[in-house]
Design a binder for this molecule. Sequence first.
Ligand code: MN
Length: 298
Amino acid sequence: MAAHVAPEVSPSRLADVEGFTVRRALPQRTRRTVGAWCFVDHLGPVVTPPGPAMAIGPHPHIGLHTVTWLFDGEVEHRDGLGSEQLIRPGQLNLMTAGRGIAHAEEARPGWQGTAHGAQIWVAQPEATRHAEPAFEHHAELPTVGAGPAVVTVLVGAFADVTSPARRDTPLVGLDVVLRPGRAELALDEVFEHAIVVVEGEVTVDGTAVVPGELAYLAPGRSELLLAAEADARLLLLGGAPFGEEVLMWWNFVARTRDEVDAAIDDWQEEHARFGQVASRLGRIPAPRPHWSAHDRSG
Ligand code: MN
């Protein structure tokens, strides 16, 4: 086996999402994207009650796919295209924003249980980011055994198995449930990869990684050795390095401040580009960016 550069491990930062504390693994100051993956939030586990129920009111997106993947619990998705979809563990919601969409994510009234999941964004390339929005729900995804690991293919391909989910750039997204032992996974050498551990402790080519950390692997690897002494679970996200410089602000993935300013104005004015979301929750107002002439906070 060829010698590899050790994984670069960096801490996630804690962020608040409508009352939930999440571990935000991407973006990082020195690393904005891994492939086209540009945002990774790991939420929970939070037991409800006494923890809060998820209630994220209608809010807009542009220029990205949202990938919703649950380890426990359930969430109801509603969007401006009229989609209404309950998602449970093992299922994938993939929403494409393109030129604009709005959605809400909320627990059903009275729901009790454990909320544990990931909300991940993929930057759309220039070729598709101005196109129509779309929504996909995949009730079942392919899985592959790899020694003591069970790999679910969320996006892209692994071991000759391909996810039905849309992708606009060369990309892979895997959920890996690891029993005690060692598993060797084949990687695409062209891709860079990130590992986000969501449960337990995993050693990645000998380097320990725990929840609240991101391990980055540079391109040029054809395999990866994962090991765990107890049950563990992780997300492996990879892709060809994204050749476009993105400007991410709030829920928008854009290229310029003018695009972000236009999206903010359109959202505040209830422009038709985002559609109408049938949610009992209130719309989340867009905050003003630091560059805006309307910013009165300073
Ligand atoms: Mn969202």
